[in-house]
Design a protein around this ligand. Structure first.
Ligand code: FES
Length: 182
């Protein structure tokens, strides 16, 4: 039996109106309705895509905002003069799992970095002979001055621990963000 087209609702009068069920409008068996249905589907698709993109961008914004609000503890990690020139002290910062290395590079200068190589996370060490930080795993070298890469395979600098001298104490106050590292 040939299906009859309902007369109370035309495609331009809106979806799911009257007694006509929505599924009949979505999957119309009438040729004249096809263009209307595909146009409506396209509009729906574009609307949903825009919403998804908006939600994605909002999430990225929230995440970067949260990251910018990270606070670091202030912690005394050594006393000035505790280690000799070219000496090293290991410490944890900012968390108990985050191993760092403090190096006294001259009478009055101390630098500290994360001890985790930015290539594959091997523990780096200080080489006084070469005056640089070295990674034993794949011979990655970092500058003792600022943690920048001197020789690959690492491509990112070592995160630096910012130190402050308070009396005789050397206090770690924060980790330098990756984008700040030079
Ligand atoms: S893990 Fe350090 S160079 Fe590969």
């Amino acid at each position: 039996m040939k299906p009859e087209k309902p007369t109370e609702t035309s495609p331009d009068q809106g979806a799911g109106t009257g007694d006509r069920p929505l599924w009949r409008e979505e999957f119309s068996i009438y040729k004249a309705d096809e263009r209307y249905v595909s146009r409506r589907q396209l509009t729906k698709f574009l609307t949903l895509t825009s919403l998804a993109m908006f939600a994605g961008n909002a999430w990225i914004l929230v995440k970067s905002w949260l990251r910018s609000r990270v606070t670091y503890p202030e912690r005394a990690i050594a006393r000035a003069g505790e280690i000799p020139v070219d000496g090293v002290k290991l410490f944890e910062y900012p968390g108990p799992e985050d191993q760092c290395i403090l190096v006294r590079t001259s009478e009055d200068r101390y630098v500290a970095f994360s001890q985790k190589c930015t290539h594959l996370s091997c523990a780096v060490y200080y080489s006084p002979a070469h005056h640089r930080i070295e990674c034993p795993c794949h011979e990655g070298y970092f500058s003792i001055e600022d943690g920048s890469v001197l020789q690959g395979p690492p491509t990112r600098p070592l995160p630096r621990v910012v130190l402050e001298r308070r009396g005789t104490d050397l206090v770690a106050i924060r980790m330098e963000a990756e984008r700040e590292a030079r």
